[in-house]
Design a protein around this ligand. Structure first.
Ligand SMILES: NC(=O)c1ccc[n+]([C@@H]2O[C@H](COP(=O)([O-])OP(=O)(O)OC[C@H]3O[C@@H](n4cnc5c(N)ncnc54)[C@H](OP(=O)(O)O)[C@@H]3O)[C@@H](O)[C@H]2O)c1
Length: 322
């Protein structure tokens, strides 16, 4: 039976996703959000007031030095994920880091090695993987027969011009922001890592990809097609097999979902992906469960993202070794 212990969480970066994470966190029995850190103390204070967080820090370093914090959630732009994770692990904190952890496989290896050597939990925050609708989708997958292809899309229309997603210096870009979900979904459905990828991108004036399309070929010969970007609205995950098709309508956010198997609608339970993710990693930190996502998944993500970007830059397919 789970204990009544709680992991004491600190939030690094009081931005949009940190606020979304906390929307339902109060109902997680094993979670106490005790601190928030910002580069600006007033921003941390405003966030703390909004979510009833008792401890306020005017720098990330101060939060990482707080002995009342067991674990940190990193909700900063992409380029800060790895350096902040390394600092947090060095300070003895468990880490839930926003996606994508990194596009550099060697950074993933360095971070998970550091976590393992300190007996700390590190997880990449692909919240979509924690939902009951994804579990149901994977249970139903055998119904399509032998898999022939996978289609994964995630696009939205970017209206802001100063968004961190458009900043090349912060590792923005469509593949980093939304395409990484398509990579995650394709790898999950395929149950394997791609052996060859090719990508085509449209780069905007700030130097980041505004859209990207890619093909991931898996060792079995199965091919996944991914489409992601900031210029249209679309999101779905579809598995196409010899016996039929299985479609998850809103795979990544799970807000407007439902599963369709052939011409049949399948009922799914909806739940808050972010709270489920926090509960999962908190249970792992308390020694009461396993993190859903670990080193292998984060490494598969980084290797595929890196290969897609290399292919898009050169126009040539990129092979991924065993
Ligand atoms: N899982 C999901 O559903 C999901 C959804 C959206 C975003 N994300 C991920 O979450 C991360 C943050 O995205 P967001 O939409 O929350 O961004 P955001 O609203 O712009 O917030 C980012 C936060 O990071 C901090 N920060 C540190 N250095 C910064 C810099 N140089 N420029 C701008 N902000 C900086 C800021 O806090 P202070 O300056 O106050 O310290 C800011 O509040 C990204 O990695 C993104 O991929 C995940």
């Amino acid at each position: 039976m789970p204990s009544s212990r709680k992991v004491r969480w600190g939030i690094l970066g009081p931005g949009g996703i940190s606020a979304r994470l906390l929307r339902d966190a109060g109902s997680a029995a094993n979670v106490a959000v005790v601190a928030v850190g910002s580069r600006d103390r007033a921003r941390a204070a405003a966030f703390a007031a909004r979510f009833g967080i008792p401890r306020i820090h005017g720098s990330y370093e101060a939060l990482l030095g707080d002995p009342e914090v067991d674990a940190v959630y990193i909700g900063t732009p992409n380029s800060l994920h790895h350096p902040l994770t390394m600092q947090a692990l060095a300070a003895g904190k468990h880490v839930l880091c926003e996606k994508p952890y990194s596009r550099h496989p060697e950074q993933v290896v360095e971070a998970f090695d550091a976590a393992a050597s300190r007996k700390l939990i590190l997880m990449e925050a692909f919240m979509w993987r924690h939902t009951p609708q994804v579990r149901r989708f994977m249970e139903l997958l055998p119904e399509v027969g032998e898999l022939q292809s996978i289609r994964a899309t995630f696009s939205f229309v970017m209206t802001k011009t100063n968004d961190v997603r458009l900043d090349a210096g912060l590792d923005g870009g469509a593949l980093m922001d939304v395409g990484c979900y398509c990579v995650s979904g394709s790898r999950l459905v395929a149950g394997a890592e791609p052996s060859r990828v090719s990508g085509e991108q449209v780069v905007g004036p700030t130097g980041v990809d505004l859209s990207i399309s890619g093909l991931l070929r898996f060792p079995s010969g199965l091919v996944a097609e991914i489409v992601a970007g900031f210029t249209s609205h679309h999101r779905q995950l579809e598995a196409i097999g010899t016996a039929g098709t299985l479609l998850l309508r809103d795979p990544w956010l799970g807000e407007d979902g439902g599963i369709r198997l052939g011409d049949r609608d399948i009922a799914v339970t909806s739940d808050d992906a972010y709270r489920l993710e926090l509960e999962n990693i908190s249970a792992a930190i308390l020694g009461e469960g396993q993190p859903l996502l670990g080193r292998d998944d984060a490494l598969g993500q980084a290797r595929t993202i890196d290969a897609l970007y290399r292919s898009a830059a050169t126009g040539a397919a990129v092979s991924l070794g065993a």
